[in-house]
Ligand binder design. Structure first.
Ligand code: GLA
Length: 670
């Protein structure tokens, strides 16, 4: 069943009316209409208000809120309210509280204070969700469900008794026998052999390095434990409202949860994006990379930006505002990269509590005096003009492999050097972003048929199946770029012997004998064989041997001077590149320019640096988005492209002129 959303761009945010006297609500709704708000997430943190004590429920206020919104044509993505259990629950059942790896019990007074594996928490949460689902299943305002909130956001893992027992059950289901577990965990090492399941614990604080496979399995277990919570709520909601779409708010490159495994359970992907506006260039790239990762989880359906800030947040040491125009640019960037919804935390900035200095659509001042609200209203009006793009999709020719299991594995301790997996993937994404070459993020087992170029950064954990997939992608004519520390271990985090990366040795035409990781500040230099150009490199140097590959760059310094640093191998119909080090930006530019040419990937439109170009497509047409991040106007040659700028209504041809910080969305005439 396609559980659809309203057929316009969603615009709104979290609405927490329980924080305000009812007398404010009418004004809220009047202002929402003025701003063009058409959807709200309601009730996310209202468990204590809906169920003030175990036996007492109070839905009256929520009935009145939803009726008011329905009467004003404002849709609701209704929350299940399970993200912050009420204090009475943990007073009665302290065992639901989560425990850190040091054995510290996390207490009430904040939010998310529950162990994901607590059967008691699950029982109370299920009872609440059932009541909410049954009460509002036919409410005309409700168009979707918002399950819990940012699962695992503050609580990345839990070591409570309930979690320990659940971890053992998870391990029994996975390994069946202790012999299999002992083999997978390599417990012959350091006398870790387990003779009973009860001897096994979550990886709590220990004297020295904890078994890495145990740590990896615990990450897998934790992602699954939170997913079980989601599925528990989803099952209740599916039964009550099979026609309504379900979602929860993801957080982009968020390590604790394998969002790929989660994505299949969501009807549409929603996520929360809070790049730090203090550094505008990095903020726009962080936003773009997050959108690309989230969109790629369900490429056949537009995502929704569930939360962003109109201006400052409250949770950084220093919380910069978004200067005029940036909120609009970030919002339209969302649509440009495949989003069909632009939403915020939160409608009205709180008066009390830990988030009172977090911006809202309504600030602490009268809205008519607020430049933020003026921008909110202008954006609402603009988004209405973009209805034609709803449902259109982004199609890319470049994929970057990101796998949560590889991420978890490469960042557990006791490695040759420190690799920040997400940062490395994002930094490679950054080059394509600046060149306006669209990128998807894929799993290493994904169907790679539609892609010309696949980049695999530090894909440390690589299964036989994934290696075969990458190999056949190249053999069939694709271009692969793999980087250092790829293909080192299997799914149990055991080294695959035979010369790293053993499973890709033929594909890449080389083997790595050893590596020289560099501390911060230390550099080497590479020289490209053909152009003789030199560039600094840092962080990591693979010392490799060529088989069928040839060197396209060599190291200039250290005891391995003259040996290959970057290689190219013809394999089947395709080409496999290998990057054994981290290049400076000019070096990376030279390499990726060559590889992109080889793979025949380019931007939809040539534009000056600092102008973001994307493309969305649907059966009814093609839309080109152009976003000018400069404080000066730009002129973009359109070549043969002509069409209508949906924002201004003007016909465009030959050139697209953009004012400072302006955006155009061109519906292309075919
Ligand atoms: C997250 C949460 C919100 C709020 C915002 C503040 O995204 O989901 O409830 O705390 O952060 O930025």
């Amino acid at each position: 069943m396609t559980r659809t959303l309203p057929p316009h761009l969603l615009y709104g945010g979290d609405y927490n009316p329980e924080q305000w006297p009812e007398s404010v609500w009418a004004d809220d709704v009047r202002l929402m209409r003025e701003a063009g708000v058409n959807i709200l997430c309601v009730g996310i943190f209202s468990w204590a208000k809906l169920q003030p004590s175990e036996k007492r429920f109070d839905f009256g206020w929520l009935d009145r809120v939803l009726d008011l919104l329905a009467a004003n044509d404002i849709s609701v993505c209704l929350a299940t309210a399970t993200a912050s259990p009420p204090p009475w629950l943990s007073k009665k059942h302290p065992a639901i509280l989560p425990v850190t790896s040091d054995g510290i019990v996390l207490q009430v007074g904040s939010r998310q204070q529950y162990s994901p594996s607590s059967a008691i928490y699950r029982r109370y949460a299920a009872a609440l969700v059932t009541r909410i689902a049954n009460r509002y299943r036919k409410h005309p305002a409700v168009v979707a469900w918002h399950l819990n909130n940012e699962y695992a956001c503050h609580l990345h893992e839990c070591h409570s008794e309930a979690s320990t027992v659940a971890f053992r059950q998870w391990l029994r289901a996975k390994y069946k026998t202790l012999a299999a577990l002992n083999a997978a965990w390599g417990t012959a090492f350091w006398s870790q052999l387990y003779g009973h399941w009860e001897e096994i614990f979550t990886p709590r604080r220990a004297p020295y390095h904890t078994n890495p496979t145990q740590c990896l399995d615990f990450k897998r277990f934790t992602s699954d434990a939170f997913l079980e919570l989601y599925k528990m709520e989803a099952a209740i909601l599916r039964k009550a409202t099979p026609h309504l779409p379900l979602t929860t708010n993801f957080m982009g490159f968020f390590k604790p949860l394998d969002y790929r495994a989660w994505a299949a359970e969501l009807d549409f992907i929603a996520w929360d994006s809070y790049p730090d506006p203090v550094d505008e260039a990095s903020a726009r790239h962080t936003g773009a990379a997050g959108h690309d990762l989230m969109r790629s989880l369900k490429p056949e359906r537009p995502f929704v930006l569930m939360e962003q800030a109109t201006s400052a947040v409250n949770w950084r040491p220093t919380n910069s505002p978004k200067r005029p125009g940036l909120m609009r640019l970030g919002s339209l960037q969302t649509v440009a990269r495949g989003g069909d919804g632009v939403m915020f935390f939160q409608w009205r900035a709180s008066k009390a509590g830990a988030e009172k200095f977090h911006s809202g659509l309504i600030q602490h001042i009268p809205p008519e005096q607020s430049r933020v609200f003026a921008e909110v209203k202008a954006l609402g009006a603009e988004l209405k003009k973009l209805t034609p793009v709803v449902g259109s999709l982004v199609r890319n020719k470049v994929a970057i492999v990101v796998d949560w299991h590889a991420w978890w594995a490469v960042e557990t301790e006791s490695k040759p050097g420190r690799i920040d997996y997400a940062a490395w993937a994002q930094s490679l994404h950054g080059w394509f972003y600046e060149k306006n070459i669209g990128v998807d993020f894929v799993h290493p087992d994904a169907d790679l048929t539609g892609f010309n170029l696949v980049v695999a950064p530090a894909l440390y954990l690589l299964t036989i199946k994934s290696a075969a997939n990458l190999d056949s992608f190249v053999a069939r004519g694709g271009t692969l770029l793999a980087t250092y520390f790829t293909g080192i271990v299997d799914e149990n985090e055991h080294v695959v012997l035979g010369g790293y990366p053993a499973l890709l040795r033929k594909t890449l035409g080389l083997w790595v004998e050893e590596w020289a990781p560099y501390p911060d500040g230390r550099t080497n230099e590479i020289k490209f064989t053909r152009s003789r150009q030199t560039h600094a490199c840092s962080q990591w140097c693979d010392l490799l041997h060529l088989e069928s590959a040839s060197a396209i760059a060599t190291y200039s310094k250290d005891f391995f001077a003259g040996r290959p640093a970057i290689t190219k191998n013809n394999h089947g119909q395709g080409t496999a590149y290998y990057l054994g080090t981290k290049l400076d930006s000019a070096g990376l530019d030279q390499l990726l320019t060559e590889i992109s040419r080889q793979a025949d990937v380019s931007a939809p439109l040539a534009a000056p640096a600092g102008v973001e170009i994307t493309q969305r497509e649907s059966a009814s047409g093609k839309f080109i988005f152009a976003l000018n991040y400069h404080d000066s106007p730009v002129k973009i040659p359109l070549g043969k492209i002509r069409g209508k700028n949906l924002i201004t209504g003007d016909s465009v041809s030959k050139y697209l002129k953009l004012a400072p910080l302006d955006v155009a969305v061109v519906a292309v005439e075919s």
